[in-house]
Design a protein around this ligand. Structure first.
Ligand code: ZN
Length: 152
């Protein structure tokens, strides 16, 4: 299970490992991961370096998009493969305990994601999803350069 949440820093994991009930732990994790995850920072740095200017975690847009590029009327969600239920992805690994509970949880998240995506599109926003697995060192450069053409 800890492997699934490898993007938490080493100092955060032991503190949470056994002291909380799963729901509490999940709540804590969801708060930790909700902003400034590493893949998101990579995308932001890349965009900034390439001259894009953006707003972050815009609360008054559906789904509170991670990155908003007003000039291009484009939003970017940088999704963790576990939390956002990246089906078929090697990084989507359900915990061995409380498996059904976790599956329901990520399915709910995924449905909310889809609803937000549709609401944004209805209002004329271009929605780009970047998955955590697309920002791994092996495919990062490719993903990021494609991102520029997707935005423009
Ligand atoms: Zn993935």
């Amino acid at each position: 299970m800890l492997q699934t949440f490898y993007y938490l820093s080493a100092t955060q994991i032991p503190a949470m490992a056994d002291v909380h009930e799963p729901e509490v732990r999940s709540y804590n994790m969801s708060r930790i991961k909700s902003t400034d995850t590493k893949p998101e920072l990579l995308v932001r740095k890349f965009l900034f370096k390439n001259g894009f200017r953006y707003r972050l975690h815009v609360k008054n847009l559906p789904g509170k998009p991670d990155i908003v590029l007003p000039k291009y009327k484009t939003v970017i969600f940088v999704n963790g493969c576990f939390w956002h239920y990246h089906k078929g992805c090697r990084y989507f690994v359900l915990p061995k305990t409380r498996t059904e509970w976790w599956l329901q949880k990520v399915k709910d998240t995924s449905l909310r994601d889809k609803a937000a995506e549709i609401a944004l599109q209805v209002h004329g926003w271009k929605v780009i999803l970047v998955w955590e697995c697309e920002i791994k060192p092996t495919n990062r450069d490719n993903t990021l350069s494609n991102l520029i053409s997707e935005i423009r």
